[in-house]
Design a protein around this ligand. Structure first.
Ligand SMILES: [Zn+2]
Length: 131
């Protein structure tokens, strides 16, 4: 007996349906669902870790490095500048305490023409004095 392509497809469909109703079929479905969920779970964990990584010293450093680089800072002495940046407590110009994200936010000031690092200053000085 020769089956047409359509008949063969129909038979496969029926046998798959039957298989899914057997214990073995159900078990297979459970496993594939579980695998799917686990793969999804893994992605969420990775995402969470990336977020967490950004809060670590290493992560913060990397973000700062990228941001300074994109702003055109000469990166030759990055390690040294970064060390100074993290240790800085006072603004190099007005000597206010560097803290928070407002007027006193810690900023890296550099020469926009040659990329040379100049000072660690507060946000106010960076906008109004350094330029
Ligand atoms: Zn200042």
């Amino acid at each position: 007996m020769v089956l047409t392509e359509e008949e063969r497809r129909e038979r496969r469909r029926i046998s798959r349906k039957k298989f899914r109703q057997t214990e073995k079929g159900k078990e297979k479905k459970r496993i594939s669902n579980k695998k799917y969920l686990e793969s999804k779970k893994g992605k969420e964990i990775r995402k969470y870790n990336t977020k967490k990584y950004k809060q670590t010293e290493k992560g913060k450093k990397l973000i700062t490095k990228c941001s300074w680089k994109s702003r055109g800072l000469n990166m030759e002495n990055f390690e040294e500048i970064y060390e100074r940046y993290t240790m800085a407590i006072f603004c190099d110009i007005c000597e206010c305490v560097l803290e928070g994200n407002g007027r006193n936010r810690k900023c890296m000031d550099h020469d926009h023409d040659n990329g040379e690092f100049r000072n660690i200053v507060c946000s106010y000085c960076n906008i109004h004095i350094c330029k």
